[in-house]
Design a protein around this ligand. Structure first.
Ligand SMILES: [Cu+2]
Length: 523
């Protein structure tokens, strides 16, 4: 059995073997009637008043309190409610909305129960049996945040404890997202439902007259395995002492908390803020109508110009800002699909008022960071260690586990090129905290030669980023057997951050490293 087949069948094996608690048999998604639940829209987070900004007793800024909680919620009309962990009272949690330069204070109390309900692997760093089972720490993905508020993986709190984080939001308009980042169990906490959107707006975006209000829809898309009793199913390895699996692929497509939902839309333009919140699945999104999707923004905000796409490719952690025009399609039922698989349905009705907005041909200047501005290039190998049986054991960044001393220490306000040398068979979405970056290029190389000699021998041409990737990014697909180069300016704050693969099973098993932004004089 290949590794991938093994993983795919793991939930079936689990169902046969039984598990802790009442493990109902695996749910076959073909038995679910599609498009019967309306798409939920997460509520906008409400401020609980104004408080002093850190270090400035005079300035008052909005304060929010959003607890981590266990709730029950149905993935589908015909299923019993599932136990979920979330922020506030829904998964996804409330959407934060703020403006560029408008800081927020958010308190994140841990009000979760004392036991985890998904399979912790005590062999993973930070999840050992002497660590508390239930731990949570929040990271706002894509935010330029001081290190003490960034959600460092070891800064978790246990139930009954709380942390208040400060978000300055000094950055361009973009769709960020918040999620758990607790060391060694992050994949389980996120799978349980701990994530939500965090939108930053600005004047440049306002002036574009993009669809807004009821015509701007968040789509947080993720895959899950469910059991027939409606509960989440998380696959295990078959070794009860080491339940970790290298990847999780669900067969139930969930959008904003519902499986295969529908949305009534008018025959006009819509703006969809799409996030891939899956643990490991890459989405290739297209519309059954065959109509183009216009991508207007990436992870870190608006592109220079809209890019018409047949399909939008999103790795875990990536976001796409998409405009879809349903004009002239009243009466149609259009399915958003992931390759051949159904995700959700749009039911197009008449437009209630004329759609006067025109999709601008120019959005926001995205000046290219010149390669010559980089003062350093870091070659960083992505490596997978296998057992003798050919099963995945662990994946490493730069062949270095988490606990080793910091090796990436860029100087504040300098630019570097990070060159991800991917020797593995997987595409790894690599995310750097704190910063935004641009993709320079990708290029095929000889992995075996590299592993034996430490030298990169290229075997293919330099491939520039696709137009829809050629904006500001915070997560980049480092494709298999390719060298992917990004150019990054380290701006904002000194201190300790992390960079990691956003396939959560990889991240939890050593595919994460600390990095530290240092002062020029410290070098
Ligand atoms: Cu990975």
């Amino acid at each position: 059995m290949t590794r991938r087949n093994f993983v795919r069948s793991a939930s079936y094996l689990t169902a046969l073997a039984g598990r802790v608690g009442s493990a109902a048999p695996a749910l076959n998604p073909n038995t679910l009637t599609k498009f019967v639940d309306p798409l939920p829209i997460p509520e906008i987070a409400k401020s609980a008043g104004m408080r002093a900004a850190p270090g400035q007793s005079a300035a008052k800024i909005p304060y929010f309190r959003v607890p981590m909680r266990q709730v029950e919620s149905k993935f589908h009309r015909d299923l019993p409610p599932a136990r979920l962990w979330c922020y506030g009272s829904t998964s996804p949690g409330p959407t934060f909305e703020t403006r560029s330069g408008q800081p927020l204070l958010i308190e994140w109390p841990n009000e979760l129960p004392g036991k985890h309900f998904l399979p912790i692997d005590p062999g993973l760093h930070g999840a050992e049996s002497d660590q508390p089972e239930v731990r949570g720490v929040v990271h706002v993905h894509g935010a330029k945040t001081p290190p003490e508020s960034d959600g460092y993986p070891e800064d978790w709190v246990v139930p009954g404890k709380s942390r208040t984080y400060f978000y300055p939001n000094r950055q361009d308009s973009a769709a960020l997202w918040y999620h758990d980042h607790a060391m060694g169990i992050n994949r389980l906490n996120i799978y349980a439902g701990m994530f939500g959107l965090f939108l930053i707006r600005d004047d440049v975006e306002d002036e574009l007259n993009l669809p807004k209000g009821a015509f701007e829809i968040p789509l947080v898309i993720y895959d899950r395995l469910l059991r027939q009793d409606g509960q989440l199913d998380y696959p295990v390895s078959g070794d009860p002492a080491r339940p970790w699996v290298p990847e999780v692929f669900g067969d139930v497509m969930v959008v904003n908390g519902k499986a295969f939902p529908f949305l009534n839309v008018e025959a006009r333009k819509y703006r969809f803020r799409v996030l891939n919140a899956s643990n490991g699945r890459f989405f290739h999104l297209s519309l059954s109508s065959g109509q183009p999707i216009h991508q207007i923004g990436t992870d870190q905000g608006l592109l220079a110009a809209p890019v018409p796409l047949e399909r939008s490719l999103l790795a875990p952690g990536e976001r796409a800002d998409l405009v879809v025009d349903f004009t002239g399609r009243a009466g149609e039922q259009i399915v958003l699909q992931n390759d051949a698989f159904l995700v959700m349905q749009f039911r197009v009705g008449q437009a209630k008022s004329p759609d006067t907005g025109v999709l601008p041909s120019v959005l926001r200047p995205v000046p290219k960071t010149p390669e010559a501005s980089a003062i350093k290039t870091r070659p960083l190998a992505l490596i997978e260690k296998m057992t003798l049986k050919g099963e995945s054991m662990t994946m490493l960044l730069n062949d270095t586990p988490w606990h080793m001393p910091v090796t990436e220490n860029p100087v504040l306000d300098t630019t570097e090129i990070w060159s991800f040398i991917n020797t593995t068979d997987d595409s790894h979405p690599i995310h750097l905290h704190l910063v935004r970056f641009q993709i320079l290029d990708r290029r095929r190389f000889e992995p075996f030669f590299y592993q034996n000699s430490g030298e990169v021998r290229y075997t293919g041409p330099v491939i520039p980023p696709a137009p829809e990737e050629a904006g500001w990014k915070d997560t980049v697909r480092a494709n298999p057997k390719m060298v992917t180069r990004i150019i990054v300016r380290f701006e904002g704050y000194l201190g300790r951050y992390v960079w990691h693969c956003h396939v959560l099973e990889h991240e939890d098993n050593e595919m994460m490293r600390p990095y530290e932004v240092i002062a020029a004089t410290a070098k």
